[in-house]
Design a protein around this ligand. Structure first.
Ligand code: DC
Length: 229
């Protein structure tokens, strides 16, 4: 049976995970937050006290279990939904995600999940590397100020400490590392639909993508057609 996939890529704070979650629920698909997997690898590396700059230290990933249950990531059986959002993990994750040894391990897990389930997957390299044959690819972005503001509000809503200026600086730093790294950098796939969400309501963005996606998967329009109008 052919599996369906919706790929959503873009920089931190563009609204990817909110939209991806809404769409997965509406479509009855599995939501896979690939950023959570890079965060979990970082969390475990910090716990093991390995040198994060040394790609050879990440052999432990071969014996690491990462499983999603109801959109929550379990790392070796432990619910790490909260711990992977800590400042320590957020600061270090881009370095960890730049190692090809790490990426190869995690991409293999992501592709295996998509072979066995219909998925909405969000990240940085889903349309370009992980699921090049996805039914629809979205590249979602927003101004850095707006992205920082959204992350700040999300932190406050979840009872976490938050400093808007610090968040913006961290987002800028991560964008720079994520988009200039050698392996699988953050990049719009050639056949992805570009969406700037700076001035858009997130719910409206999800509705727009839903219409595009269901048209494609019901065979109404052909993949690769220009969806921008
Ligand atoms: O989306 P996020 O902020 O939780 O992602 C955390 C980090 O993981 C981000 O700085 C880049 C990296 N990442 C990646 O390199 N590839 C992905 N597919 C997803 C995330």
């Amino acid at each position: 049976m052919k599996r369906h996939a919706l790929a959503i890529d873009g920089p931190a704070g563009a609204g990817k995970s909110t939209v991806a979650k809404m769409l997965a629920e509406r479509l009855g698909y599995v939501y896979i937050d690939t950023g959570a997997m890079y965060r979990a690898a970082t969390y475990k590396a910090l716990k093991l006290r390995i040198d994060l700059n040394d790609p050879d230290g990440f052999g432990f990933l071969a014996d690491t279990d990462m499983t999603f249950v109801d959109s929550i990531l379990y790392l070796d059986g432990e619910n790490v939904g909260q711990s992977i959002r800590s400042a320590a993990v957020t600061t270090s994750v881009s370095i960890v995600a730049s190692h090809i040894q790490v990426r190869n391990q995690l991409v293999a897990i992501q592709q295996e999940i998509a072979r066995n389930a219909d998925v909405v997957m969000d990240g940085r390299d889903i349309g370009t590397v992980v699921l090049p044959d996805a039914d629809l690819k979205i590249y979602m972005t927003a101004t850095v100020e707006e992205r920082a503001r959204r992350r700040h509000e999300e932190n406050l809503a979840n009872g976490r400490d938050s400093d808007l200026l610090k968040i913006q600086k961290d987002i800028e730093r991560r964008d720079r590392i994520d988009s200039t790294r050698i392996y699988n950098p953050l990049k719009q796939a050639e056949d992805a639909v570009y969406l700037d969400t700076s001035h858009l309501d997130i719910k409206a963005v999800a509705d727009t993508i839903y219409v595009m996606f269901t048209k494609i998967t019901s065979g109404d329009i052909v993949k690769g057609e220009n969806h921008n109008g």
